[in-house]
Design a protein around this ligand. Structure first.
Ligand code: DUT
Ligand code: MG
Length: 603
């Protein structure tokens, strides 16, 4: 893969300089493209001048028969030259534009990967999709078609106008009166179309967001039989997009007839003047022929120039949208000086830690303090929304605490590079996510080196999923996700668990990692993990007392505060939530046992 250049510097107040920077490395190619177009223009106007000379000097001449093949060859040669240079110019421009678009797309992808959790919490997937695809493509078109077109037409104008001047100065000026007017009109459209296009793109992003969310949640939609509602909601947004698209096409529709009329009038007037001059003998018949050709070579391109200028505004709008993503600060991954050991011991302290999500008034965590010695097991319990996930997410620095201090092996967490933390801290997230690839690839996702079958099987066994995988016809090669089998919630959870185990992290976080498996499997996993958790600090978030009872420290959270702390034994002696949960869960167990016993006696 090519290295990705830093495009941060393209974010400037002035769009032109930003676009200029974007062309780093491609400028020569682009310049050659424009020069080729210019040479094509020169060949084109030479063609008409030669045609004029042919009418004036060759046709009436006595030795016409001898000159005819020569002049014809010249004309064909010029036509071929024009074609060849147009081809070269167009091809180079298209290539440059593709390259710029590819670089930009790679850059955006890379950039988006490195943005913080907070950014991703707040940005919409459809919006980002739109910016990395449709907006980049609009910019590609600007480079391939509009910018090159403007360059070509400007050169065409210079060349042809010079040629016109050599023919007749007065005529030359008469034939370009319209140009300032056309340019003013296109400037007007430049701003109008820019605004309309921005509105259009915004709405398209809304639409793709809707679509993306609907597809992700298609099962929920069906389960609640909300198809009609969804279709209606989609239609509303779609109609809005249609309206905005129509406004855009209407503007184009206005542009063409207006400029056509102006340009047409200009041409007729120019031909008329030239005709009068020819009749009066001020210009020759050959000059008239050349003149007509040159005027057509100027006026029609100018009419297109206006359209191109107006359309460049869409590229500018898209560039602006892309820039807002580029502007976002990346999460520094390697900054920090605290890595001395190549492995964490796993001593963790929280010292009066407060934390709030961006744009949330309420803190998610208040004054959290506790200490964990290396290799210990710490359990977090608490009702939903009490802050368990928020607390563990601070450890790999997914988020930064607002107040207080977290230390790891005695060093402030802020002094560790994020890359190191994320390598050393294995987290099994609350919502399991698998990629659309084989189970093998999913399990080995977190490690960079090649994984042997033994290592993979050991990880899968520890997660109590090895047997399950073997029961699939393709075993570890079974495809999951959109292109393969659909796994149950518990199976997914165990595969993500195996993925984390394989990474052999120095500190392990299990966020409700066994919530979707039955009590029996939970026990199997706990037993298998027992060995893994030895000498490895482990944070366990769970709701079952059995899962947490052997922890060295249990923290009971409520509304972002620790309301109880201690070991299982200690907490049982206290009045409080833990005891209540224990009583509740053991009462259910007892009742089950009794009922089971009665059943056995009855039979
Ligand atoms: N919260 C946010 N933004 C987020 C995530 C959570 O504002 O991106 C809020 C919701 C909740 C509080 O923070 O009021 C704590 O959420 P957390 O996810 O930490 O709760 P939990 O203890 O993990 O709940 P659960 O057992 O449902 O996973
Ligand atoms: Mg949670």
């Amino acid at each position: 893969m090519n290295t990705i250049p830093d495009l941060k510097q393209t974010v400037t107040k002035y769009k032109f300089s930003g676009l200029w920077r974007l062309m780093d490395g491609y400028r020569w190619q682009y310049l050659i493209a424009i020069i080729s177009m210019g040479l094509a223009a020169v060949a084109g106007s030479a063609l008409y001048i030669l045609l004029g000379k042919f009418v004036d000097d060759v046709l009436p001449a006595a030795n016409m028969r001898q000159l005819l093949p020569l002049v014809s060859l010249g004309l064909i040669g010029l036509a071929l030259t024009q074609g060849a240079f147009t081809f070269i110019g167009g091809r180079l421009a298209a290539q440059t534009a593709e390259n710029i678009a590819r670089t930009l797309r790679n850059y955006l992808y890379d950039h988006i990967q490195q943005l913080s959790f907070t950014y991703h919490d707040q940005s919409q997937t459809g919006e980002l999709l739109q910016r990395t695809t449709s907006d980049v493509d609009t910019m590609r078109r600007m480079f391939a078609e509009q910018a090159i077109g403007i360059g070509r037409i400007s050169l065409l104008f210079v060349v042809n106008f010079t040629a016109l001047l050599t023919l007749n100065v007065r005529l030359a000026f008469i034939s370009v009166i319209i140009i300032p007017i056309v340019l003013m009109i296109s400037l007007f459209f430049f701003f109008k179309i820019g605004k309309a296009y921005e509105a259009f793109q915004e709405q398209e992003a809304v639409l793709s967001n809707r679509l993306q969310e609907n597809l992700t949640g298609v099962r929920v939609v069906k389960a609640f039989a909300r198809q009609a509602y969804e279709i209606e909601a989609f239609d509303v947004e779609n109609r809005e997009k249609w309206g905005r698209g129509r406004r855009l096409t209407l503007m184009h529709a206005f542009y063409w007839p207006t400029t056509d009329m102006l340009c047409g009038t200009q041409m007729v007037a120019a031909f008329f003047f030239a005709g009068v001059m020819a009749v009066h003998g001020e210009i020759t018949a050959g000059m008239y022929v050349a003149y007509v050709g040159l005027v057509v070579q100027i006026i029609w391109p100018i009419r297109n120039l206006g359209r191109l200028v107006a359309d460049v505004s869409t590229g500018f709008v898209s560039f602006g949208r892309v820039q807002t993503v580029i502007k976002e600060i990346k999460e520094p991954m390697v900054e920090g000086t605290a890595v001395t050991a190549d492995r964490l011991h796993g001593a963790v302290t929280f010292d009066d830690v407060h934390f709030a999500y961006e744009n949330e008034k309420e803190h998610a965590l208040h004054g959290i303090s506790f200490t964990v010695k290396p290799g210990k097991k710490i359990a977090l319990m608490g009702s939903t929304g009490s802050g368990k996930t928020s607390l563990v997410n601070l450890l790999p620095r997914f988020y930064e605490c607002s107040n207080g201090r977290i230390t790891l092996d005695g060093v402030d967490l802020k002094r560790y590079p994020r890359a190191f933390l994320r390598e050393q801290i294995g987290i099994v997230m609350q919502e399991p996510f698998l990629f659309s690839t084989s189970i093998r690839n999913n399990i080995s996702y977190g490690v960079n080196h090649a994984v042997t079958d033994e290592e993979m099987f050991a990880a899968a066994k520890a997660a109590a999923v090895h047997e399950v995988i073997l029961s699939f016809p393709d075993g570890y090669e079974t495809m999951v996700g959109e292109r393969g089998v659909t796994l149950s919630g518990g199976q997914k959870q165990r595969i993500t668990l195996a993925r984390t185990i394989l990474c052999d992290p120095g500190l392990l976080i299990l966020d409700d990692a066994t919530s979707a498996v039955d009590t029996e499997t939970d026990e199997v996993i706990r037993f298998a993990l027992e060995k893994l958790m030895q000498n490895r600090t482990t944070f366990i978030i769970a709701h079952r007392i059995q899962t947490v009872m052997d922890a060295d420290l249990i923290l009971m959270l409520e509304n972002g505060r620790i309301i109880q702390r201690g070991t299982h034994k200690e907490l049982l002696t206290q009045e409080g939530t833990y005891r209540q949960i224990y009583d509740l869960q053991s009462r259910i167990e007892e009742e089950l046992q009794t009922e089971l016993g009665e059943l056995i006696i009855e039979n």
